[in-house]
Design a binder for this molecule. Structure first.
Ligand SMILES: [Zn+2]
Length: 454
């Protein structure tokens, strides 16, 4: 399930971990996103694990609904949210405009979930905190961030709790989205210190990924195959992390002459802005990226054949261009943004390739393409899916079953596991895996359910 939100009540205070947007069928998503399970004015603090919209995108609505407390995150998460939340607000505004435009004259106009002004007000509430710098969130609750290795600035949240009235001490960990070892740019996920109650994601709890070390090779194969046909390679990609990782890999392939000389476009103003945020946060880089950044004073996210297109006219010009080229564009799940125009223009030509490199939530256009459905709707019109679809698991930024199991088995003093933020089937399967490995106390909470600990 997308739309990560978890509420903790400790010592009479309410702390919200993440406040994500639910993504999926338009109407269902909209209803869920407008539904607040707790009065926002009664929440005392928010702690944000990372900038992805399914974790941060509900914040402006929370603020619009009256939340006025602190939002704690790492510095890089805060800076990414500058662009992510503004972009999300802009999409909400455009969506509402579109719906109102199509609605009957007498219909009551729909209001956007939130506006750019709400996003701006939200940004004013952020407090940046570095990794492993303990801070007090509420009386008796001390928080520290640990690197989650998932996207730039991503953090696991660790809370040391002291309930004075009951004289109880315990610890709570929240993985947010957990990354993988050996991802380019980022450090590996850190292991949390002693944790009694763990909330962990299970997005890929039921499967194993291809090795990240094969990602470059797979990418090379798809590009060369499509270039031979004279086709275009479309890569719908999240603006944060996946885009920079693909650019990083393309840079290596291009330098080694393993792919033909062809233009490469990152067609997304958000990706261009986000890449600048990357350049401003070398404290988040792994050793190799940091060395490249320092030694060569070079930009690991830009090279000879690569262009960032911000302008709409430049973006439209790409449709007129012929011949092999690579277009990386948002949104990651093909729900909105410029990728829709590129898909509409290219999906019916078997010379082209659509490369799926990220997680596609149920009912999104990206998922339908991933499943190779023969006809898909774009802007409400049916299109035949004739382009090649290449699904590349190796790029996943999420821990898989064996990563998760290895990570969990190393946590000391673990008493109970809550599986959150993954589709239900994955959670059920991963629960079985945990059970077989000796973890008997595993709970998969439903939306709105609450549990008492200890
Ligand atoms: Zn994420």
């Amino acid at each position: 399930m997308t739309g990560s939100r978890h509420l903790l009540e400790v010592n009479g205070k309410r702390i919200l971990l993440d406040c994500g947007l639910f993504q999926g069928r338009r109407q269902e998503a909209d209803e869920k996103n407008r539904q607040m399970l707790t009065d926002p004015t009664k929440i005392d603090a928010v702690i944000l694990s990372h900038a992805h919209i399914d974790h941060s995108g509900g914040l402006p609505y929370l603020v619009k609904s009256g939340y006025n407390g602190p939002i704690y995150s790492t510095f890089a998460t805060r800076d990414l949210c500058n662009y992510m939340l503004m972009d999300s607000a802009y999409i909400q505004e455009k969506d509402a405009e579109y719906v109102n435009h199509r609605a009957k004259k007498k219909a009551k106009p729909v209001e956007p979930l939130y506006t750019v002004e709400d996003a701006q007000a939200t940004l004013n509430l952020f407090y940046g905190v570095g990794y492993e710098r303990a801070f007090v969130v509420a009386p008796g609750v001390v928080c520290s961030f640990y690197d989650a290795g998932h996207i730039l600035g991503s953090a696991q949240i660790h809370l040391l709790v002291y309930e004075k009235e009951k004289n109880l001490r315990y610890s709570v960990g929240f993985t947010g989205d957990l990354g993988r070892k050996n991802l380019p740019i980022l450090r590996d996920p850190q292991q949390l210190p002693s944790t009694n109650y763990l909330l962990t994601e299970s997005t890929y709890g039921d499967r194993l990924h291809g090795s990240i070390l094969d990602a470059g090779k797979e990418l090379e194969g798809v590009i060369n195959r499509t270039a031979k046909r004279g086709g275009k390679i479309l890569i719908p990609s999240f603006s944060v992390e996946r885009t920079q990782e693909i650019v990083y890999h393309l840079n290596l392939l291009w330098k080694d002459k393993r792919i033909p000389d062809m233009p490469i476009f990152v067609d997304s103003p958000l990706s261009a802005n986000v890449t600048e945020v990357f350049m401003n946060h070398p404290e988040c880089f792994d050793k190799d990226t940091f060395r490249e950044f320092i030694d060569h004073a070079s930009n690991p996210f830009g090279f000879g054949r690569l262009q960032y297109t911000r302008d709409v006219n430049q973006s439209k010009a790409l449709n007129e261009m012929k011949g092999p080229m690579i277009i990386i564009s948002a949104s990651g799940m093909c729900e909105n943004g410029r990728i829709l125009h590129h898909l509409r223009n290219n999906i019916e030509d078997p010379k082209n390739t659509i490369m799926i490199v990220g997680f596609m939530a149920k009912d999104t256009l990206g998922r339908k393409i991933q499943e190779k459905q023969s006809i898909v709707n774009i802007f409400g019109e049916p299109y035949h899916l004739r382009a090649e679809v290449a699904v590349m698991d190796a790029f996943s930024g999420h821990a898989d079953r064996s990563d998760l199991l290895d990570y969990i088995s190393k946590i000391k003093d673990l008493k109970r596991i809550f599986l959150v933020h993954g589709e239900e089937e994955q959670g059920i399967k991963f629960k079985e895996v945990l059970f077989e490995s000796g973890f008997k106390d595993v709970i998969q909470p439903g939306r709105g359910e609450s549990y008492e600990v200890p």
